[in-house]
Write a protein that binds this ligand. Structure first.
Ligand code: PMT
Length: 221
């Protein structure tokens, strides 16, 4: 299972809080897995991309909808062999959604939007799986101290693998066709670190699956 794209957190019927994720990285991962023969469910936020061939797609809009689509999957029998959270999920949403379009004249000169925390889907998956299958893969989009923040996220969110994404560099991260990532694989108390150069997202996806494949359960085991 792969998540991709942004989440939109509604302010009113026409406005939302979102981010610049295009979905390209997650879609490349889903496509690459399907090409290798995996059954892939792609949970996609609002993006303008075609569904890769052979992939089952579920469209969602908000973080809470994404959580509702993803969290029951670990309780399925059998659960997915691997969950990759490439989506850029909003950490917060407006505490109130106006039923009608908010009018400029009603908002005053310095309007504010109160926010509340969204569910942390990856962390909830990390707690739910308690060190057994499925293989849990998180992403970390960072603009500074990539290595330190990525190591912390790997531990705090209970992932087996974390893809540290440098989103400050030109041509890397949100919206681009290329990406630069470092793959962190947890091995007991140690962490293997595999830095990759800048390359097209399709190639990044191939490298990620090459690292994940030996960690997946073998068919029939
Ligand atoms: O979509 P593209 O334009 O191709 O861009 C790709 C990308 C930059 C979006 C992608 O490579 C990437 O880095 N995705 C993760 C973005 C992100 O939200 O990172 P984060 O560090 O805020 O979140 C860490 C992890 O927790 C992520 O796996 C995220 O999916 C997950 N998360 C975050 C918040 C939340 N409420 N629930 C979550 O599950």
């Amino acid at each position: 299972m792969v998540t991709a794209g942004p989440t939109y957190e509604a302010i009113d019927p026409v406005r939302f809080i979102g981010n610049r994720s295009s979905g390209k990285m997650g879609f490349a991962l889903a496509e690459s897995a399907a090409r290798r023969g995996a059954q892939v469910t792609l949970v996609a936020g609002p993006v303008a991309l075609e569904t890769p061939r052979g992939v089952t797609r579920k469209n969602v809009e908000s973080a809470r909808e994404m959580a509702q689509a993803v969290l029951p999957l670990v309780e399925q029998n059998p659960p997915p062999d691997c969950i990759v959270m490439a989506a850029a999920v909003a950490d917060h949403r407006p505490s109130e959604v106006s039923a009608h379009k908010r009018k400029k004249q009603d908002l005053g000169t310095s309007p504010t939007i109160a926010l509340v925390e969204n569910p942390d889907i990856l962390r909830a998956l990390g707690v739910a799986k308690q060190g057994i299958a499925p293989l849990l893969v998180g992403f970390a989009a960072e603009t500074q101290d990539l290595d330190a923040y990525a190591r912390r996220k790997l531990r705090e969110k209970g992932c087996d693998v974390l893809i540290a994404n440098n989103v400050a560099e030109a041509g890397s991260g949100f919206g681009s066709d290329t990406n630069r990532v470092t793959i962190l694989v947890r091995r007991g108390d140690d962490i293997d670190v595999v830095p990759l150069p800048l390359m097209p997202k399709q190639e990044v996806a191939q490298h990620i699956w090459n690292q994940l494949l030996p960690l997946l359960p073998r068919p029939g085991s």
